[in-house]
Every structure is written in C-alpha cells, then in structure tokens.
Design a protein around this ligand. Structure first.
Ligand code: OTU
Length: 661
C-alpha cells in the first residue's frame, strides 16, 4: 500500500516544478516515506480497531497515508527544519525550560497584532509554550461556548486578526522559542461549520460526519448518557429543522458531535489538524477526547476506540509534522486521563491531580491525600508529559483517584461536599461561584480565579493586609509545587494568575453568558491601577514578582525538573508535601507546607535524598544562601522550598557562572 502511494507521488513530482524544487521535494518524499513506514504498523492497528471488517479498510489506510504525504510535501521549509531538529530531541516539549501559559487574545490584549507586542512580557515570565484560546477562530456570534464551537479551523475571528497574521505571529513566537498551542475540538464542530452547513443543505456525505437521529434513536442512547451541563442543557440532542433530525450535542446546542464510526470524518478532522500544524502551531489541544466514540447502551465516554482515534491522529502527525505534539484534554480521574497519554496516542495530557489536589490540600491543611495520589499517578511514561495547572478556564474539577481515597479511608462524596462548602460556602477566605449542581455526583461544581480561591478577593474587600499576605503566600505555594512536579506547568493567564486577578462578575450582566459561571474566571485583563487600592496593587505586584522569580529559577537553574520521575517522601507531617526529583545533573527535594502554621521536617527524611549537612533553597528569600539541614528544616506557613545539596550545588553554580544562561 505505502509503496503504491509513494510511487504515485514520485511520478507526480517528476512531472512538476523546476529542477531544484523537484529535487527538494523528492528528497523530502524520501523522509516522509521513512516516517510513514515507521508508523504503518501502529496506523494499521488503530484502523483495524476502528474499522476492522470493513472491505474498504485498505482504501481508508491509503486515504490517510495520502493525506499525511500531501500535507508533508506542503509543509514549509522552516517547519521541516524544526521537525528535523526535534527528531533528535524527543523531549523538546517537556524540559525544565518549558513553561506554558494560556490566554484569550480578545480578553488579554484584543488582537494578534497587540499580542505580538507582548513577546517581552511572555519572555519575562519565561513562557515557552502559549495556548491561544479558541475565540481566536471563526465561531458563531453567540452560544459559541467560549470559542469551543468552532465554525472554521482555517479562519481567524475577524475582530482579532487574519490567518496571515496568525502565521506571522507563530513565526515570531518560533524565533523567540515560544511553541504555539491551538485547540482542535475533535469531538464536535459548530452548527455553522461548513460540514454542518452542508449537512443542513442536504449533503448526505457531510451529514454522515454527524449523528442525525430520529426520536427512537435519541431515546435509545439518552438514558445511558450523563449530561455535561445539566442546569443548562436538558438533553444530549438538539432538534434541527434543516436535517429534520436530532443532532448529537453533548455540550452546547451549537456543538454538533462528530461521528468517527465514519472513516471520512476521521480523515477530514486529521486534515484540519495537519493544516494547523503547517501554519506553525506546534501543539494541538485535543478537546473533550473522552466523548469521541459512541456506543449504544454505554455512557459513550472513554470507549476503547478513543485511543485508536488519538493514535491515528498521532501517527499522521508523526509522518507529516514530527516536530509537533498532541495534548489530550480531559478532566476526569487520573486513571482515566492517563489512558489518553502515550507516545502512540497523545504524548501530553491535562493533569487533573494538580487541578484537584492543590486546592484540596490547602482546604484541609493536609497534603497526605495528594501524596497518596502522586505515589500512584504522579509519574508518566518516558516520552510523555503532563500539563500541570493550578486552574483552567473551566470549572474546578474535583476528580479524585478512588484507590487512593480508599487507602486513606476518605469518603469522596463527603470530601467533595466539604470542598464545595470550603470554597463556595462563603465561610472561609475563599470566594467561588457555583457552576452547576452536578447531577452526576453529590458535589457542587465551582468556578473562580486562583486569586479569589486563595483569598485575595476577600482580603482586598476587607482591606486586610494579613489576609492579603496569607493569600499571596498560598498562591506562591501553589505555583512552587506546580513548577516542581513532573510535567509542563501551564500559567493560567485566562484567570489573570500572573497578577493575582480576582473574579470578574461582568458576565452576569451578559444575557448570553450569565448562565455559565465559568466566565467568572475568564477575566478581561485588568492592569488599570487607577481604580485599585494600594493593598490590591501591592498584592498584584507580589504575585507577579513571585511568578516571574519562580518561573525564572525553574527555567534557568533546575535541570532536575526535566521530564522524569518524582519520588514522594513521607515526612510524617500531614501538612507537608515532600518529593524528590533528580536527573544526572541535579537532585532536588521539594518541601511544601500547606498549612497556616510552621512545620518542621525531621532530617532523617532528607538524608536519603542527598540532604545531610547543608542545603541551598533555590527559591529562598536569599537565593543561594546555604542552610544547615542537620537539625531538620523549618517551613514557615505556606512556604515551599526547592532544596539542593549545598556542596554539589555550589560546584554546579560555578559551572553556571562560566556558562552564560
Ligand atoms: C472542554 O470541557 C473545554 O475545556 C470546555 O471549555 C468546553 O466547554 C468543552 O470541552 C466543550 O468543548 O473536560 O473534556 O464540565 O469543563 O466538559 C471536556 C464542562 C472537558 C467542561 C468540560 C471540559
């Protein structure tokens, strides 16, 4: 099959273009053939899992190979060079120098042109991976789910810029070592997408990309399905007059689920992904992956075929654009999100452990649950990486590992109800909004920015410097742990986390947004100090300075935070999370006090990790100061330390001095 496909391309190339271009393309075709040959066994296995038994399976394989080769030949030279460089650096996306961030262009600075002027800001934060939220695409005017109802992956929202400006911005990012991340809503497209419009106009081929059910079909599936937005959506299906059918809409009514039982859908979506990669996107965020395969009588989530779909997308990217990576987005229990994570699926995946446990440990002043989960799920296989966040643009997802909870005798419903009360009940430093009374479990889902959840909003309202200080320390603690865990840390600029921005309640006055409280943590960037109290300005300054400092130390001084394992350390102190990281160059012990009281860590727990006599806290107030650990380590309230053995570190820092960063 492959040689047939390649042969056709070779013949076409020999008949086209000038001699120099022809030899360049023929050489690249050879590289593409080698990559395709390497991916063929996996690609064939994935298609067998999806479409085994279909007589046209070989033809489907041929279609996908042709797609990958075509897009590979279209790939610009500069991106081919990036591919070549990264084929020898497979962990390009997961080194300690990798720090991510995510923002809404419209809410952060307005346009792509203005974002280009923020390169120095991003470099000050040591951001080297930037997710442009999907409002950057052409989407329906209303009911577009914050950009996650995409009408055209090949058009930019005209209010934000043009596709040409986006390509130019990606090139500027590349020159500055920033990898662009773009969303691909692999589960659905907007009802205004060309495929949906064609289906509505009677195109039966495009209608086959979707689920267009009669009432009986809808009633057969519905009873087994959960509902993502139970308070906003009464059903997983939406009647459409033009198709005369109920369209499958797991999310908002404008988001039509795609039908991957139809191989044409798979090929079409793969084409959109390879298009985006050839514009210069380097990471594709595969949205809502659990929902990708529907099976009657099931809840249609995490079906085994999902991995085959992701594996197919990954194989095609490895052929056409090997210097890129797929990121699986799913917010569920660690065991389930790790099913999407693999070098033959998505090498990166959202990490729900940080999203749930950083806040759980803070609420309980107790990190033992987090430690238990990290022991089981904190590490990922070689060649893969978590994306670690304190918060995202969505609701807080308290998805906990059941085994770890059982091991500690934790009742999860009680735990979740307690967190709902702590963060949303109004009786603590936190200020969160209810998102939905989630009918799938007994806990209320919550929304809120890091600043408001950590206590900044209430401290500023109260004009209370002590509360403000505690809130700033909590935010520093969360970020210090995030930056030290295995994975790529993602700074949530969508919620203003670089500057401790608090909840933005303006959505409540917007008819089209007011039922979706996730908008409370999707803030308009607010750096207008005129309207702020001195206390709020001081808080923003401290959070920003902490963020800059922590990111700089990680990116510059912490090779032990490269992709690689962590080892949880039992210190006997429940409020303290302790773990060791090491690679050939450096050994680090991270100690994090999640309580408002000082905690002392006994030296016996440190010796096994190289900390016997003296240590340097790389994020200490006096960076580089040597401190004795013979008598143990004292942690102030909410303090985190990155401890390295002083003797080895001093040697290393001498090397650093001769080797300009
Ligand atoms: C994802 O949602 C996006 O992050 C949300 O912003 C979108 O609304 C949604 O997909 C549809 O595109 O984990 O895997 O609970 O937070 O569905 C899907 C609601 C997700 C979303 C959740 C999330």
């Amino acid at each position: 099959m492959l040689s047939h496909v390649i042969g056709r391309f070779r013949r076409e190339l020999h008949a086209a273009g000038d001699a120099e271009d022809r030899s360049r393309q023929v050489r690249h075709l050879q590289a593409l053939e080698l990559r395709a040959h390497a991916q063929l066994p996996k690609l064939s296995a994935h298609l067998e899992a999806l479409y085994g038994g279909r007589r046209d399976l070989p033809a489907q394989l041929g279609t996908l190979l042709e797609l990958a080769i075509t897009k590979g030949l279209e790939r610009p030279d500069e991106l081919r060079q990036l591919d070549a460089a990264r084929e020898h650096d497979p962990s390009w996306f997961s080194s300690h120098k990798r720090i991510g961030a995510a923002l809404y262009v419209d809410r952060h600075c307005g346009t792509l042109g203005k974002l280009e002027q923020e390169i120095s800001y991003l470099k000050l934060l040591n951001v080297s991976m930037l997710h442009l939220m999907p409002t950057v695409y052409k989407t329906p005017e209303k009911n577009n789910d914050g950009g996650y109802a995409i009408s055209d992956f090949r058009s930019v929202n005209p209010a934000i810029g043009t596709m040409e400006e986006l390509r130019d911005l990606f090139a500027t990012f590349r020159k500055n070592g920033i990898s662009p991340v773009m969303d691909v809503t692999v589960n659905h497209v907007a009802d205004e997408h060309a495929w949906a419009r064609a289906a509505q106009a009677g195109d039966t081929e495009k209608r086959g990309y979707f689920f267009a059910l009669d009432a009986a079909g809808r009633d057969a599936y519905e009873p087994h399905l959960g509902r993502v937005f139970p308070d906003i959506r009464r059903s997983n299906f939406t009647w459409n007059d033009d198709t005369g059918r109920y369209m499958w809409t797991s999310f908002m009514s404008s988001q039509w689920d795609l039908n991957y039982a139809n191989p044409a859908t798979l090929a079409a979506m793969a084409g959109e992904q390879l298009f985006l990669l050839n514009q210069g996107a380097e990471v594709l965020r595969m949205d809502a992956v659990p929902w990708l395969w529907k099976e009657l009588g099931t809840d249609c989530k995490y079906r085994p075929q999902v991995q085959a779909i992701l594996g197919t997308f990954n194989a095609l990217c490895r052929i056409a654009a090997p210097g890129t990576v797929l990121l699986a987005e799913a917010i569920h229990e660690p065991e389930r999100i790790k099913r999407n994570l693999g070098t033959d699926r998505c090498p990166m995946a959202y990490n729900t452990i940080t999203l749930a446990h950083l806040w759980d440990a803070l609420a309980h002043a107790d990190a033992s649950f987090m430690a238990e989960v990290l022991k089981r799920h904190g590490n990922t296989a070689p060649g893969t990486s978590f994306l670690n966040m304190v918060r995202t643009h969505d609701e807080m997802g308290f998805y906990f590992d059941k085994e770890s909870a059982a091991a500690l005798g934790i009742d999860l419903d009680t735990r979740r109800r307690g967190l709902g009360e702590f963060y949303g009940g109004g009786g603590t430093h936190a200020k969160a909004q209810a998102f939905l009374a989630n009918n799938n479990s007994t806990h209320m889902l919550l929304t809120g920015t890091t600043g408001s959840l950590a206590g900044l909003e209430k401290a500023i309202e109260a004009g209370d410097p002590q509360q403000m200080d505690a809130a700033v320390r909590r935010i520093r603690l969360l970020n210090s742990v995030l930056l030290g865990l295995p994975g790529v840390p993602m700074l949530n600029l969508m919620g203003g986390d670089d500057r401790g921005q608090v909840n933005d309640y303006s959505y409540q006055a917007d008819e089209t947004l007011r039922t979706d409280s996730r908008w409370v943590n999707r803030v308009q960037r607010d750096v207008d100090f005129k309207a702020k109290s001195p206390l709020e300005i001081e808080a923003m300054d401290r959070v920003f300075s902490d963020t800059v400092d922590l990111n700089r130390v990680r990116a510059r001084d912490m090779p032990a935070f490269d992709a690689g394992p962590m080892q949880v350390i039992d210190t006997g102190k429940a409020p303290v999370l302790a773990f060791a990281r090491q690679n050939g160059q450096q050994e680090v012990v991270v100690l994090a006090n999640f309580s408002p009281s000082p905690q002392k860590v006994d030296p016996q727990h440190l010796r096994a990790h190289g900390l016997t006599e003296a240590a340097i806290d790389k994020i200490g107030a006096n960076e580089g100061q040597v401190q004795s650990v013979v008598a143990g380590v004292e942690l102030a309230p909410y303090q985190c330390m990155w401890l390295v053995p002083a003797d080895r570190e001093l040697d290393r820092s001498r090397i650093l001095q001769t080797d300009p960063a």
